[in-house]
Design a protein around this ligand. Structure first.
Ligand SMILES: [Zn+2]
Ligand SMILES: [Zn+2]
Ligand SMILES: [Zn+2]
Ligand SMILES: [Zn+2]
Length: 354
């Protein structure tokens, strides 16, 4: 094999998504089999490289060893929040002003006004089909147990897509509170004394989420049950003793594009700062602010413009044979683009909700 052939051979074995190069075609096939590249991955607007997360895309654009061409374009035309590359510096300025959000001052005011009075619109609509289809939930925990380290839900908030409060209440736990964690929660003993008991809160939130649908019947699409947005929802739901099927949950701590490359979950504070451009959780924390931040992150991820596919997930039965072992020879004859075209995502991209 002469030099030129070898060079084109190497080019042939370059992954069309992440640009990794392989000495042999069979190794590229193996790479494609386990990497689940798809149109849903964050992508560089300049060189079209796919990244596993926005974190690694940011690294590609402005990390310690960026690709020069991409960094140059990004530094003049790139949005530092959503990492999109715009057409001109002026377009970037206009875009970035809309992309950066500010904290919810009116909401905070409303939430503060409702500090002691319960806001409860959970049963506003009796017709089950009406009302918001996507809701965000957040809790603030007080401490129980002898050392005060046991998390007990002391306050809960639920909002709709338009950041309106559906439910905002102090919660009276079953166990005695031994640490009110006032510096974070702002909760005083008298706020909980006559608050709604946890059992009642649990039942009402449960009913509101299911929206008349029996739990076993809940399907990802076409049902009445609501999509639930939040950050670290496992813990919140556990503390509220609410059960909800995973297919209806959109957790900003577990969504792969928003995760650190180390696969450790990001704090909501850090995500809000990085992707929305403002600060939360400074001083006393209101669960309303957390609800708004998670809902905004969800909406931003949901509005990603990705090509539509009939069967977008690797787990869809229609895609089961795409990279099957018996197709090895056939796959090795494909070019990298063709292989990428049949590759599907191993996570549910939130653009599929829109
Ligand atoms: Zn790849
Ligand atoms: Zn998508
Ligand atoms: Zn690039
Ligand atoms: Zn942007």
């Amino acid at each position: 094999m002469d030099y030129r052939n070898e060079a084109s051979e190497n080019l042939r074995n370059k992954c069309a998504a992440c640009f990794r190069q392989f000495n042999r075609m069979e190794h590229l096939v193996e790479h494609m089999r386990i990497s689940y590249h798809s149109v849903h991955e964050p992508m560089c607007g300049v060189c079209k490289k796919h990244c596993r997360s926005f974190e690694s895309l940011r690294e590609h654009l402005i990390g310690p060893l960026p690709k020069q061409e991409c960094r140059n374009a990004f530094s003049i035309r790139g949005c530092k929040f959503c990492l999109t590359i715009l057409d001109s510096p002026n377009a970037r300025r206009v875009h970035q002003e809309r992309c950066q959000l500010s904290s919810v001052s009116t909401g905070q005011l409303m939430a503060r006004l409702s500090n002691l009075s319960l806001r409860d619109n959970l049963t506003m609509d009796n017709g089950y089909t009406r009302g918001p289809q996507v809701v965000a939930l957040a809790c603030k925990m007080v401490g129980g147990g002898s050392d005060g380290s046991l998390d007990l839900c002391g306050r809960v908030c639920l909002i709709d897509e338009n950041e309106n409060i559906i439910f905002h209440a102090f919660v009276k736990p079953l166990l005695p509170v031994t640490n009110y964690r006032y510096e974070i929660t702002g909760i005083r003993p008298e706020y909980l004394r006559d608050a709604m008991p946890i059992r009642q809160v649990q039942k009402r939130i449960q009913d509101f989420l299911c929206n008349g649908e029996p739990m076993w019947k809940i399907r990802p699409r076409g049902g009445r049950a609501r999509i639930l947005v939040g950050h670290g929802l496992d813990h919140d739901l556990d503390r509220l003793q609410v059960e909800y099927p995973a297919v209806m949950i959109r957790d900003t701590a577990k969504y792969p594009p928003l995760m650190k490359t180390s696969r450790l979950s990001n704090s909501l504070r850090c995500l809000t700062q990085t992707y929305l451009g403002y600060d939360i959780q400074t001083g006393i924390q209101d669960p309303y602010d957390d609800c708004v931040a998670t809902m905004r992150l969800y909406m931003r991820m949901r509005s990603q413009q990705h090509p539509k596919e009939e069967y977008p997930l690797a787990s869809d039965p229609q895609n089961r044979h795409n990279f099957a072992a018996w197709r090895q020879n056939e796959l090795e004859r494909m070019n990298p683009e063709e292989m990428l075209a049949i590759s599907r995502s191993d996570y549910y991209c939130w653009c599929l909700d829109s």
